[in-house]
Write a new protein. Structure first.
Length: 175
């Protein structure tokens, strides 16, 4: 039985991150906006208000969350590229998902954010060197230092993970 919280499993990567692996992850990030649009295509307002699992966010909250999270990630990339292992600002994603914009606004706004943000992010990612990808940031919540190449992989997974929340719901309900 699939764990509905992690329909594609959790993010795991160990060992060296190769150039080929980075290129695949950049391609995943480039494809996310189209994948997210396709996942919600044709859903009614009522269907967008369905939780992807019992106790989970509504489909629309998942879309708005991706925009929020990926904006934060792009900022973390830029901080790490311009500062020496900066301490990033954590945020309460669960609280953000409960704000009125995440619960009530049309998902088109966040889909447009993802379109523009990912074009810009991918444009930046294609210019980074091995030394750039080795740069890092410190997360005070987890008390971990994260390299940009690893964070790239995490966000490749993150987008696919949330799209799978929506597509697996659609498969289960036949919508």
């Amino acid at each position: 039985m699939m764990d509905l919280r992690y329909p594609i499993g959790s993010f795991e990567h160990s060992g060296e991150i190769t150039v080929a692996q980075r290129e695949q992850w950049i391609e995943d990030i480039a494809q996310l906006p189209a994948s997210a649009r396709q996942a919600v295509e044709g859903l009614s307002p009522e269907q967008l208000s369905l939780p992807y699992r019992d106790g989970g966010w509504m489909v629309k909250q998942v879309i708005h969350h991706m925009a929020d999270s990926h904006m934060n990630s792009m900022i973390r990339f830029k901080l790490a590229l311009t500062e020496d292992n900066p301490t990033i600002k954590p945020y309460y994603e669960d609280r953000w998902a409960e704000l009125s914009d995440s619960r009530e606004l049309d998902i088109e706004f966040s889909l447009q954010i993802l379109d523009a943000l990912h074009r810009r992010w991918v444009g930046l990612l294609h210019t980074l060197t091995d030394a750039d990808f080795a740069k890092s940031f410190y997360h005070p919540g987890s008390q971990e230092t994260t390299r940009l190449d690893y964070n790239l992989g995490f966000y490749s997974w993150h987008g696919r993970h949330h799209v799978a929340h929506i597509t697996s719901l659609r498969e289960r309900l036949g919508i």
